[in-house]
Design a protein around this ligand. Sequence first.
Ligand SMILES: Nc1nc2c(ncn2[C@@H]2O[C@H](COP(=O)(O)OP(=O)(O)O)[C@@H](O)[C@H]2O)c(=O)[nH]1
Ligand SMILES: [Mg+2]
Length: 350
Amino acid sequence: MKLGIIGLPQSGKTTLFNALTRSNTPTTASAGRIEVHNGVVDVPDPRIDKLSGMFKPKKTIYAKVTYADIAGLEGNSKGISGNLLNTLGQMDAFIHVVRCFEDDNVPHPAGSIDPARDAEAMLTELLLNDLIAVERKLERLMDERKKGGTDKTINERQTVLFNRLQEALNNNTPLRRLEYTAEEDKELSSFGLLTRKQILTVFNLGEAQKAPSVELDHPSVALPGKLEMEISQLSPEDAQLFMSEYGIEEPALNRMIRLSYDLLNLQSFFTVGEDEVRAWTTRRHATAHESAGEIHTDIARGFVRAEVVAYDDLTALGTMAECKAKGKFRLEGKEYIVKDGDIVHIRSSL
Ligand SMILES: Nc1nc2c(ncn2[C@@H]2O[C@H](COP(=O)(O)OP(=O)(O)O)[C@@H](O)[C@H]2O)c(=O)[nH]1
Ligand SMILES: [Mg+2]
């Protein structure tokens, strides 16, 4: 899973990226320049910590998310360059950083602090860009019709679809709000339309600042970016001290990482044992067979049965043996819908 951090210059993208990835990429202005940094982060999950405590495995492996700090968007209607567009198109979703913090030493590109305006500007930029892409596609479809070279049914089907997209965009509706058939999904998957991607807005607050009231039609979270970055660079002990001093229970970042996981409709299942306790990622409502494929394609190919115990049952009863004795240990087939937090062992003939 790859999440692109976007926002106006000087909004705090790199600051947030550093906090997420515990790195220290320079947070200097790079206005107008296209720059991308990637970092991989564990998805914090107290259930993995708990399971790890129970099984004392040699290795504990969390689910992972990749964050990309993407500089270059300006929140205007000049159009996005091909290079940048290509990078944006590869993301599964966006984290949109909106500046709320006040700091005279950090000039705002628009000259004043206005979270509502900035949130809107970026959404409009993405929307306009999709509109341009959709209109180009419609023109191409029309040319093809005139020439009569290509398959007529495909052309008609695509024309209907892209007309629907155009209408939505003209009404200021992001494409993620439309419903698509599986066939349309496939058709659009190579298209990298930006407003089809989920978005999480992060209001970057000053230290003692309250979250602004800005209405959005997608999830948002407010956090003090610079403070979070400072906390992330302390040793775990110092971070704990620092947080209790400020009355922070959990870094807002952890919440944000989990939110971005939810945003993409993903869930975790776990494998446990003396060697390894590990979280795996699947889409919600994935079958046991698909989940086996996450672990290894061979395991999916040789799928015989899934042994399943719910997380709550295992932690309440303490051991697998106890779960078996109490009838909480189940054998499930390929089509079983794996639940978030299931502890799974796949019996495979391969
Ligand atoms: N006071 C304050 N400054 C911040 C905050 N977040 C970022 N900055 C500063 O704003 C400047 C730009 O931040 P940066 O993360 O590089 O923004 P980017 O251009 O979006 O990547 C840097 O000098 C940061 O130290 C914040 O929450 N509070
Ligand atoms: Mg930056």
